[in-house]
Design a protein around this ligand. Sequence first.
Ligand code: ADP
Ligand code: MG
Length: 292
Amino acid sequence: MAKKIKQIAIYGKGGIGKSTTTSNISAALSKLGYKVMQFGCDPKSDSTNTLRNGEYIPTVLDTLREKSTIKASEVLFEGYNGIYCVEAGGPAPGVGCAGRGIITAVQLFKQQHVFEDLNIDFVIYDVLGDVVCGGFAVPIREGIAEHVFTVSSADFMSVYASNNLFRGIQKYSNAGGALLGGVIANSINQPYSKDIIDDFAARTNTQIMQYVPRSVTVTQSELQGKTTIEAAPESAQAKIYTELAIRIAEHEKSAIPSPMGVTELREWAASWGNQLLQLESGVVLGGNQAGI
Ligand code: ADP
Ligand code: MG
């Protein structure tokens, strides 16, 4: 009997750390003995760079532009520790739907039974989450991914993107869509950042999978074209990514989140803004006066 493939999608605002986090999770899972495929679904097409010494790979869409039919093996590249790397690719800037690469690539892999034939344990989709476009919802909507995680810092724009994602998940949840596993809190170095992201998770009825600090080890590793798991396996940061990977591997039960409405989200952010201002200026108001 074929084993069950765990399909996971990681969403978040552009530049928030999706590819960095995803690649480290893939690298950690591969070191734990799992067979992993990382599926880059960002038109930027740089998801798998640090799994391949900083090298870009031809994307599915680019390869399809050159010839009309391709074999999946032509767009599959081996990365660190035997991880399979794929980049869906994107349209030329300003032309067409940015989600088309995902749809095309997923169809190709399904038709050619790639996941089953390669005996894969995990497929991890790295998806840009701040574009509200049908294509990007494919891993959720079509039930391709089973569990969705969001990478978010405590910055408002990042929280906003995650909240939007939660709205998408909620919308498709009664039609067999993927459900939410939790939040990967990235760049959490200040106590207040942790408080903000904790509060966001509590308000939206989800959980934090891991707190990942902003670390120069990540920068150093990236400059070598590597994940932290590969470049600095003994570092504290590598340990944090490994713990996260184990939590994701063991994760079973995802749920429908309770996203905030737009007004509620703005009010929530404003109340945190006031609180931070008071912290900064040293003014301490009583709980009721602070209005939080
Ligand atoms: P995304 O895939 O969401 O667009 P990236 O993973 O490419 O974002 O990250 C953007 C930049 O932020 C990269 O230069 C990356 O090294 C850096 N970065 C992400 N997470 C961390 C972290 N925890 N510590 C240090 N740098 C980070
Ligand atoms: Mg990326």
